[in-house]
Design a protein around this ligand. Structure first.
Ligand code: CP3
Length: 360
């Protein structure tokens, strides 16, 4: 299948011609337009919830082989569109590909998560990092995966590109792995604020070029994941988080932008002022509170507790319908964070179908 595309020479490193989308609900909702029903997709929809993914993954050397082989990344990106009937695909990759091309290689340890053999400890470590176009050019395998996926989707649904927010990437680059407190990374902000800003700016410059590369390859919308926004104090988030998100939002003018700052309910008013189209909401905030703080111009995306998908069918349906009702207009249905890998697939389908049948 993929080989046919390659042989047909539909792909080149040139810009892909825009294909008319058969389902553009996501893009219309992101732009705040009236839609027949809210679009629905799930963060982490491509992955271990799907038996097709687990089967393919089992045959490979590891996660990185999947991410770095465009044909494989394309295949797993489309699996949830086929299996779940979601209104968007999100390119299969990871936020940690950016630190890698800046000079910090990551490993994905089965059962544990990401690990960086080298981390940022000193100011000199920051100075050594590669940034901007030079780094972003090395992510050619992501751009190729996007081109392939766009061709293979053939306009069925929009394709979402993504990146990690500068603060979230900085947290991994200093900590070297996941952490409950990210106290090494937060310590760095207090002890080395100037170096922190140099690092955040380098990540921002790389990220802007990276997102532009994804858009040029065919991404229809891009989402910035600030997964660790909520561990900063409101004051720190104003200094080390928001200004860099602002730069990214102002640099991306080609497609709609979604900013998902997890647990940053304290900053929703500031996030509402960013030059982006959609704000992602987690389950610690009510729809009403989010709408009041963000204001009326942007679309909101979220926010079902991923654990609700372990509940009985009627509970999933009524909670999903309540969520859709509570958010009202300018809304994209999703969970409040990524779907957990052991969620029963049938329950994920119940959630998707509950959104699609809303009001019908
Ligand atoms: O379907 C999709 O959403 C697209 C794929 C995607 C992955 N990672 C694949 C993945 C996306 C959007 C991400 C983003 C990502 N990666 C974030 C931001 C979103 C969030 O969850 O807050 C973060 C913080 C990471 C870093 C990361 N990658 C962690 C902490 C882990 C380990 C935890 C886990 O879920 O296993 C990963 C691994 C990872 N990224 C997997 C997948 C499918 C599992 C790897 C496997 O198959 O073994």
């Amino acid at each position: 299948m993929m080989n046919d595309i390659m042989e047909n020479e539909q792909l080149s490193t040139e810009e892909v011609q825009p294909l008319a989308l058969k389902n553009d609900l996501l893009l219309r909702a992101a732009r705040g337009e009236q839609v027949e029903r809210p679009p629905v997709w799930l963060m982490r929809q491509a992955g271990r919830i799907l038996p097709q993914y687990r089967e393919l993954r089992g045959k490979l050397s590891g996660f990185k082989e999947l991410v770095e082989t465009p044909e494989l990344a394309c295949e797993v990106t489309i699996q949830p569109v086929d299996e779940l009937g979601v209104d968007a695909a999100i390119i299969f990759s990871d936020i940690l590909v950016v630190p890698e091309v800046m000079g910090l290689r990551y490993e994905m340890i089965p059962g544990k998560g990401p690990m960086f053999p080298m981390t940022i400890q000193l100011e000199e470590d920051v100075d050594k990092l590669i940034a901007g176009e030079k780094a972003a050019l090395q992510l050619d395998y992501v751009y190729k995966a996007i081109q392939l996926t766009k061709a293979e989707l053939n306009g069925r649904v929009p394709l979402i590109g993504f990146c990690g927010a500068p603060w979230t990437l900085m947290a991994y680059m200093i900590e070297g792995s996941g952490s409950k407190t990210f106290s090494k990374a937060r310590r760095f902000l207090y002890k080395k604020p100037i170096s922190s800003h140099v690092l955040l700016q380098k990540i921002t410059d790389t990220t802007v070029d990276y997102l532009k590369g994804q858009i040029k390859a065919g991404a229809d919308l891009v989402q910035v994941f600030d997964s660790w926004a909520g561990i900063l104090s409101p004051e720190q988030y104003k200094v080390f988080g928001l200004p860099y998100l602002k730069q990214i939002c102002e640099s991306i003018t080609e497609v709609p932008v979604t900013v998902f700052a997890k647990n940053a309910w304290f900053a929703l008013d500031e996030l509402g002022k960013l030059d982006c189209n959609v704000i992602g909401i987690d389950w610690n905030t009510t729809a009403q509170n989010a709408r009041e703080m963000v204001g009326t111009t942007k679309a909101l995306q979220g926010n079902l507790d991923p654990c609700l998908l372990y509940a009985p069918e009627d509970v999933i349906c009524s909670a999903t319908h309540k969520m859709v009702r509570d958010f009202g207009d300018k809304y994209i249905a999703n969970l409040g964070h990524g779907v957990y890998p052991d969620t029963p697939l049938d329950n994920v389908k119940i959630f998707v179908d509950a959104v699609k049948s809303f009001g019908a």
